[in-house]
Design a protein around this ligand. Structure first.
Ligand code: DSN
Length: 460
């Protein structure tokens, strides 16, 4: 393992606002237009007329995507619909700004507004999740994980994580990912009988493998995670514990799923899934790891932060601090339960027998042995229901054409879908799965989905 001192160099947050360049002396703050006797020209047209005039091809594609989102059910469990306020922040002039470094300690001048936005994002994240230290610069959840690994691991160190087929994530040590190539990876699994994490098996594997870090938090796991049990396994072998809450950031923030903050050493997440903020990643940790994590994000793994996305994170976090967000998160979970019960009522088999969170994982092998998850995904997409084929524990097909489908309720709940609407969605999904080759069924379901989408409009 790396010691804290062997990190990247002397870059810390204590450079008095300068990290590079030859500026010396004290300069006055920038002269603002409103203090000069010249007219401001700060207004800008931000609608898409400019885009259409310059690039009709991209304008058409964006208009098509907007219509697609409005007229289909976004049930990919990692997706959601952000507010127009978040869209405006992400599509803002901050895309123009380089702001390497951190608030008050940047490589570049002119960062006063970038600082303001990043500090707002950090403060709001601290309030949402109760973390001592937050880094809001990772471009994605994967890069948040990369930053944690880079902060405490050396190449060849050992990662213990959940198998991808059992609900894990590529960035937890899959051979196709850098983590599977530069670290020594062992995996734990879910219990084949129950579909729940096999905590006892995890503990035994930790004892024999002696990992440097244990990764918890998952991409296709429908049940509540026992962070304390995993922390105990990590403590027993003196390993770090990284809890990747990418999928459930919003559920944890709203208190409808237990929080690993204050339990695990590191908590990572993405910011555009259940938390419904601007796209990207986040790392949370105690103060003792703050410098190492910050150095790992920049300059260790990234260059300039995507400040327009950081602005989108800040705005989404503000929205999530409103009391209505708790109700939203609870409804996401309730809707998933309704969906689970409806699908089971139609004889479909769910991994773990149900859900505690925002997603359900259907194992098609028993009820529809001739239908792969890939074919189900295609048939449902033709009927305007967009979800993904997904591997299931003890997968007997392949990741390219797996045996299951995964469906989430975060996006539909944002549109206002309630229990009754979710039951109908479950019925429609089953109708397509049961008759996936019938063009008539696909047409009828697709038409009803568009009607439902109009009953629950997206961006009005
Ligand atoms: N692509 C995301 C998911 O679908 O779970 C995770 O990165």
């Amino acid at each position: 393992m790396k010691s804290a001192d062997s990190m990247i160099g002397p870059m810390t947050g204590s450079m008095n606002g300068r990290m590079a360049g030859s500026m010396s002396g004290t300069y006055p703050s920038r002269v603002r237009t409103d203090r000069l006797n010249v007219p401001s020209n700060a207004t800008m047209r931000m609608d898409q007329e400019n885009l259409r005039a310059v690039d009709p091809a991209v304008a058409d594609a964006l208009a098509g995507e907007r219509t697609r989102q409005e007229e289909t059910l976004a049930m990919i469990a990692s997706e959601n619909h952000v507010s127009e306020a978040v869209l405006e922040a992400q599509g803002s002039v901050l895309t123009n700004k380089y702001a390497e470094g951190y608030p008050g300690a940047r490589y570049y001048a002119g960062c006063e507004y970038a600082d303001e936005v990043e500090e707002l994002a950090i403060d709001r994240a601290k309030e949402l999740w109760g973390a001592e230290h937050v880094n809001v610069q990772p471009h994605s959840g994967t890069q948040a994980n990369q930053a944690v690994y880079y902060s405490v691991l050396e190449p060849g160190d050992r990662i213990l994580s959940l198998d991808l087929n059992h609900g894990g994530h590529l960035s937890h040590g899959h051979p196709a990912n850098f983590t599977g190539q530069i670290y020594d990876v062992e995996q734990y699994e879910v219990d084949p009988e129950t579909g729940y994490i096999d905590y006892e098996g995890l503990r035994e594997t930790a004892e024999s493998f002696d990992p440097d870090i244990i990764v918890s938090g998952y991409s296709a796991y429908p049940r509540t995670v026992d962070w304390e049990a995993i922390q105990a396994a990590a403590d027993a072998v003196d390993a770090y514990h990284l809890a990747d809450i990418a999928h459930i950031t919003g559920l944890v923030a709203a208190g409808v799923h237990p929080s690993p903050v204050g339990v695990a050493d590191f908590v990572t997440g993405s910011t555009h899934k259940t938390i419904r903020a601007g796209r990207g990643g986040i790392v949370m940790c105690d103060e003792e790891f703050a410098d190492d994590v910050d150095k790992s994000v920049f300059p260790g793994g990234q260059g300039g932060p995507l400040m327009h996305n950081v602005a989108g994170k800040a705005v989404g976090f503000k929205e999530a601090l409103e009391p209505e967000f708790e109700e939203y998160a609870q409804t996401v979970v309730d809707n998933a339960e309704t969906l689970a019960e409806t699908l089971q009522g139609h004889g479909l088999s769910l991994v773990s027998g149900g859900t505690d969170n925002h997603l359900v994982l259907v194992d098609l092998r028993e009820s529809h042995p001739d239908l792969s998850g890939g074919d189900a995904e295609d048939a449902l997409a033709a009927a305007n229901v967009v979800l993904n084929g997904n591997t299931v524990p003890d997968e007997t097909r392949s990741p390219f054409d797996p045996s299951g489908i995964r469906a989430g309720t975060a996006g539909l709940t944002t549109r206002g879908f309630d229990a009754e609407a979710m039951r109908e969605v479950g019925d429609l999904i089953h109708r397509v799965i049961d008759d996936a080759e019938s063009e008539d069924v696909i047409y009828e379901v697709g038409e009803r989905v568009v009607e439902l989408c109009r009953e629950y409009p997206l961006y009005e």
